[in-house]
Design a protein around this ligand. Structure first.
Ligand code: HEM
Ligand SMILES: [Ca+2]
Length: 204
């Protein structure tokens, strides 16, 4: 469908090194980094209270952080712990985080949680009409709509939530979501940045 063999080949740039280098092992996918920010004690498992604390640290309000922690952990605990009896503590297992991928997304993470540069560029080629390196709120909404897959209720909700919260937390003073900001969300470096900004800008 959308991903032809030729566009898939481009993924390899981000995956394998030059001649003779070993490909990056699956254990080092960027989606794991995105999630690992929230693993406060770095034990490979994210409990809801860690998600809550992480969300607070990057500037999310109390109510949204409570809702976010419940929503994220309930959904991702189920998919990252397949085959196991559900745990009432709703842990997310980072080593399986790629199983938490849903439909109606951008495809910037591939099925193994790796970053696909061509898909990342596609966001801006298709939707950045007013500024080449940023999205306005309307352009973001347009992108989310364009990524909708038929009958994919949960994937659509997931995408709206991810992108609208990102916009709320990380838009610039002119209301734009900058390309570099979006790049930073994929490897989680944006979360570290937001945490610094938030802790320096506000006394607890
Ligand atoms: C405020 C916090 C967060 C924001 C703003 C955020 C934002 C995003 C964005 C924008 C995407 C990309 C979706 C796409 O490419 O279409 C994404 C993907 C993803 N995020 Fe987060 N995220 C946050 C917290 C978390 C947490 C706590 C977890 C789990 C521990 C998580 C797990 C995932 C997963 C599994 C995906 C892959 C979904 C897919 O591509 O289908 N995120 N997130
Ligand atoms: Ca943990």
């Amino acid at each position: 469908m959308a991903s032809s063999p030729s566009s898939e080949n481009k993924n390899l740039e981000g995956v394998a090194g030059g001649a003779g280098e070993k490909p990056i092992p699956l254990g080092e996918n960027v989606l794991q980094k995105h999630a690992a920010f929230f693993d406060l004690n770095k034990d490979g498992v994210i409990y809801p209270w860690e998600t809550f604390k992480g969300l607070r640290e990057i500037g999310t309000g109390v109510l949204l952080s409570v809702g976010g922690a419940i929503f994220i952990n309930v959904f991702l605990s189920q998919s990252t712990r397949p085959g196991k009896f559900p745990s009432i503590l709703f842990p997310i297992e980072i080593k399986n985080i790629q199983r938490g991928k849903h439909g109606s997304d951008t495809g910037v993470y591939d099925t193994e949680g790796r970053f696909v540069p061509s898909k990342f560029e596609e966001i801006f080629n298709k939707h950045a009409h007013t500024h080449p390196n940023a999205l306005t709120y309307d352009e973001l909404t347009e992108m989310i709509k364009a990524n909708r897959e038929p009958k994919d209720f949960s994937g659509r909700i997931g995408s709206v939530v991810e992108w609208k919260i990102l916009y709320k937390l990380a838009k610039d003073k002119s209301g734009l979501l900058q390309k570099e900001t979006i790049r930073g969300v994929y490897d989680g470096s944006l979360f570290e940045q937001l945490k610094k900004q938030h802790s320096s800008g506000k006394e607890k």
